[in-house]
Design a protein around this ligand. Structure first.
Ligand code: F6R
Length: 223
């Protein structure tokens, strides 16, 4: 699979923001799946600065930690701070995975109706919080985070002890039903896993490798 290598983080952010902007302009009623984490922060900043019309858009987040949703590092807080509070999206148009997860999937209408799904990638090849070994058929569910992911995410929480150990994540099967998928990755520490996922064996040991089986995926990377 082709990995589009961009000059720098600004170009990565604006390129993916361009894709979202085009989607919203061509299809104001779009359903989007959105990521959190450090990689998409520049994309959200770019999108906010463009003052797009989000009034008919429906969003679903890929995952949430199992934690107090009012905590500043919850993904609900992240989305409010970086996108929702700065656009005209209706609060009841933005959804986060919840239990019972089957009801969340019903709300998404499976995920067949998702027009555009933006993904990041974990240093262990996870997408959303589908850790290595996740079934390619998996649906939204509660998961234990891997040691690697807890370690990686502890930078947001100050210590491993304070970092959430569980999450609710969309499944790989759920994500794959999106009509279009864009994966963004930033930093040399992601380059090796990105190459393995995009050009190596398609295996449940490398969750992102499932994207090789999707016919409308674009991958953008900068170091
Ligand atoms: C978060 C998510 C995760 C992150 C991944 C990379 O919603 O889906 O898969 O995309 O952990 O995180 P960063 O961008 O912080 O390196």
């Amino acid at each position: 699979m082709e990995i589009n290598v961009l000059k720098n983080y600004e170009e990565l952010s604006s390129t993916v923001a361009d894709i979202v902007e085009q989607q919203l302009k061509e299809h104001p009623l779009s359903k989007l799946v959105l990521p959190t984490g450090s990689t998409p922060l520049g994309m959200y900043k770019e999108l906010v600065s463009r003052e797009l019309d989000w009034s008919h858009v429906i969003t679903f987040n890929l995952d949430v930690y199992l934690m107090n949703i009012d905590h500043p590092e919850s993904y609900q807080s992240y989305m409010r701070k970086n996108l929702f509070d700065k656009t005209n999206i209706y609060p009841d148009h933005s959804h986060f995975p919840f239990r019972p997860t089957s009801v969340f999937e019903d709300k998404m209408d499976g995920s067949m109706g998702i027009d555009l799904c933006i993904l990041g990638i974990g240093s262990n090849g996870h997408i959303a919080f589908n850790e290595p070994g996740s079934s390619f058929l998996s649906r939204t569910r509660v998961v234990d985070l891997s040691e690697q992911t807890i370690q990686d995410n502890s930078r947001f929480f100050g210590s491993v002890d304070d970092t959430p150990k569980q999450a609710i994540t969309m499944g790989l099967g759920t994500i794959m039903e999106s009509k279009k998928i864009v994966l963004m990755a930033n930093g040399v520490n992601k380059l090796n896993i990105l190459n393995v996922a995009m050009n190596g064996e398609v295996t449940e040991s490398v969750p992102a490798s499932i994207l090789q089986n999707h016919d409308n995926v674009e991958v953008y990377y900068c170091d």
